[in-house]
Ligand binder design. Sequence first.
Ligand code: MG
Length: 203
Amino acid sequence: MKILAVGWNYADHCKELNPTKLPKHPVIFMKPETALLKDNKPFYLPNFSERIDYECELVVRISKMGKNISKKFASRYYDEIGLGIDFTARDLQNGFKAAGAPWEICKGFDNSAPVSEFISKEGYDINNLNFSLKKNGETVQQGNTSDMIFSVDEIIEYVSKFFTLKTGDIIFTGTPVGVGPVKINDHLEGFIEDKMMFHFDVL
Ligand code: MG
């Protein structure tokens, strides 16, 4: 399976990282399968970074193979949603950005993609879904998918031009405003609407 992810998909978040421009196309990157962290296992801070940021994101799970999927039919290609963290080694990323170099290791390192269990999308409006992240009991991110620059269906249309999507692939759909660092002994809890999707410790 592969993990696709979208950067800069919420305008307010773009402004906090990169105030001058909004993307014209979805900004896509990948994480390897070894980035997955499941079952509320703790996240161990890696020793190569001084600044790991959380980015809480809605995640969709691809349910059938497809390529060149049009937006109109995109919703047929995912049937489950989940919540994840796109952990980012921000200090490394800032260096790569300054050098105009690829991001891969700051986004795709081991365990950089904690994800919840997936639940059926039935009963949820993918284009108007609230999700949030609490750090140590305090809400630090609160998003609604209606604020996405590119909708889930537009993301699928775009990425499937380049990558064949296969059953079990997952897509991180971007983070809202409020990203910030984690430190040892932090506790993270993620919610879709009022449903707790994950809870784990940073160690
Ligand atoms: Mg992200």
